[in-house]
Design a protein around this ligand. Structure first.
Ligand SMILES: Nc1ncnc2c1ncn2[C@@H]1O[C@H](COP(=O)(O)OP(=O)(O)OP(=O)(O)O)[C@@H](O)[C@H]1O
Ligand SMILES: [Mg+2]
Length: 271
């Protein structure tokens, strides 16, 4: 099944349910809005927080939306999602993000990262935002390194706000005794839930609308099934919705009915 045929059949201006949605065109489900607001609060307060959610819940999208809303002249954002680089790589990435060239020896690299972080506010008047996405993949040493950087300033003001974002295991992990010092610094915890059934419906319509079809393309029972199987998790909704469109096209239906959605579920759960 070619994407082009599907696009032409439904008269989409572009394929719906894409990953690259402009920040201004996101679907405003309650969980998404709340996540964005809380990340904004953390940044405004220079605090640390944890954002969790299941795979495909929309965490990275919410992060990007919150970061997009920041005034770039007053914020330096350090977004780190690759944690295979060790503690050294973490320090190096922070230095690089702040325009430095990482020093070779760890003994010199750590103070370099601390100095550059401090200089953002003292010399440039900028708030630094450190975001660790996929933070459930961080090693204990990396989490500890981040905490030490947060404590580097002796005065009470944290040198950056910290957003730890990841799968639900992250929350449990930080609660473990080994991370008590980090845990105590967490001012806010937010779990991004799947969308409600009503939101799944408006979410699907929203994506279809972005692709140029604002009329009704999915029947109510098709939406109900997509919601039930996806549990309202946006990425799972995307996949089911696309497969449903394929199934409806293959059986020459003008709209996606429940039987098309059932075929999609069978297709996806068979994978
Ligand atoms: N508010 C939204 N509006 C429109 N689409 C969204 C929204 N939130 C999520 N999506 C869709 O869901 C997909 C998955 O979201 P995202 O990548 O943020 O999930 P995640 O929670 O970071 O997943 P992972 O645990 O795999 O990193 C996005 O690519 C996008 O298509
Ligand atoms: Mg993500």
């Amino acid at each position: 099944m070619s994407i082009e045929l599907l696009r032409a059949h439904y008269g989409f201006s572009k394929m719906p349910f894409s990953k690259d949605i402009a920040p201004g065109s996101l679907h405003q489900s309650a969980g998404h809005q709340e996540a964005v607001a809380r990340i904004g609060f953390l940044i405004a307060e220079s605090a640390a927080g944890v954002l969790t959610g299941e795979v495909g819940a929309g965490k990275t999208v919410a992060l990007r939306a919150a970061l997009f809303g920041l005034d770039a002249s007053r914020h330096s954002v350090i977004y780190l999602a690759n944690h295979t680089v060790g503690v050294r790589g973490l320090h190096g990435a922070i230095v690089t993000a702040l325009g430095g060239v990482p020093r070779f020896h760890a003994a010199a690299l750590v103070p370099q990262a601390e100095e550059l972080l401090a200089a953002e506010s003292t010399e440039r008047g900028k708030r630094v935002v450190v975001v660790l996405d996929e933070a459930h993949l961080c090693s204990p040493e990396q989490l500890e390194a981040v905490r030490l950087l947060m404590n580097a300033e002796l005065d009470s003001v944290a040198p950056f706000s910290l957003v730890l974002c990841g799968q639900p295991a992250l929350r449990r992990r930080i609660r473990l005794g080994a991370f008590a010092a980090l845990d105590q610094r967490i001012a806010l915890r937010f779990h991004l839930q799947g969308m409600t059934a009503t939101e799944t419906g408006t979410y699907v319509s929203h994506h279809l609308g972005l692709a140029g079809r604002s009329d009704r393309l999915f029947s109510d029972d098709a939406i109900a099934l997509v919601h039930q199987v996806s549990r309202g998790l946006p990425r799972a909704v995307n996949n089911l919705a696309i497969q449903s469109l394929v199934a409806a096209y293959a059986t020459k239906k003008a709209i996606v009915d429940e039987s098309s959605a059932r075929m999609a579920v069978a297709e996806i759960t068979a994978e």
